[in-house]
Write a protein that binds this ligand. Structure first.
Ligand code: SF4
Ligand code: SF4
Length: 223
């Protein structure tokens, strides 16, 4: 899932200062699971804004809605008759959702209330761990299911480097060396000989915007 963190309140308050009618839009998918931008977090933020408005003597009219997904036209359409009543929107979705919201309502300023952080996993309630940087050329099959882009400080596709030291990375002894972990994992799977296979160079497709069209949908996309 995509993991995000809520921005500090002062930053959000400064972004929306000067707007009297604000709609806060949450997302009930990834950012809700990671406790950053779901229905509950929308309610908390609006309460903070309401209180700050009272304290500052400039009360604001606040609306709240949480869509199933902000990165999906079908759900964004639910706002078509709603946004006209507001001067500005706050989005609590990931960066993709925020941009899709802004694209659908280009006449309205849209402000982000969360910082999108990474693609990761839910280790426990409130604890999330980065696992993937969407490099576009997944080599997990060669690395025992451990991502060298995310886990290795140098993003090495063919490691380890000379800095590996008794299982730790040279940047920090508390940081495991990704390639040490890969070695151990491949050994456990009785395929350690594969560690000497050269991973092809990554062409870093994640450096420019990408579009994915799944097989079977190409015709529809050009129609
Ligand atoms: S190799 Fe690339 S696609 Fe695969 S997990 Fe790592 S960053 Fe993600
Ligand atoms: S010590 Fe290991 S994790 Fe650290 S940069 Fe070198 S190969 Fe990557």
């Amino acid at each position: 899932m995509i993991v995000a963190e809520r921005k500090p309140f002062e930053e959000i308050k400064n972004m929306v200062s000067g707007y009297d009618r604000i709609l806060t839009v949450g997302c009930a998918t990834c950012v809700a699971v990671c406790l950053a931008g779901g229905e509950k977090e929308v309610g908390i933020l609006n309460n903070e804004l309401k209180l700050a408005g009272k304290v500052d003597g400039s009360p604001v009219q606040l609306g709240a809605v949480t869509l199933q997904r902000q990165c999906d036209r079908e759900f964004l359409a639910e706002l078509d008759d709603v946004v006209k009543d507001y001067d500005a929107l706050i989005s609590m979705a990931c960066g993709a959702g925020i941009q899709f919201l802004a694209e659908r309502f280009p006449e309205k300023p849209v402000f982000p209330a969360v910082d999108t952080t990474f693609i990761g996993v839910n280790q426990d309630v409130g604890i999330y761990e980065e696992k993937c940087r969407a490099c576009g050329n997944c080599v997990l099959g060669m690395t025992g299911g451990i991502c060298p882009v995310t886990m290795c400080a140098k993003g090495l596709f063919n490691g380890p480097c000379g800095g590996t030291n008794q299982g730790s990375c040279e940047i920090n002894k508390d940081q495991p060396c990704a390639w040490y972990l890969i070695y151990e994992r491949l050994e456990k799977q009785n395929r350690l000989e594969q560690i000497i296979e050269i991973c092809p160079t990554n062409d870093w497709r994640n450096q420019t915007p990408r579009t994915v069209i799944q097989p079977g949908y190409k015709e529809r996309s050009t129609a």
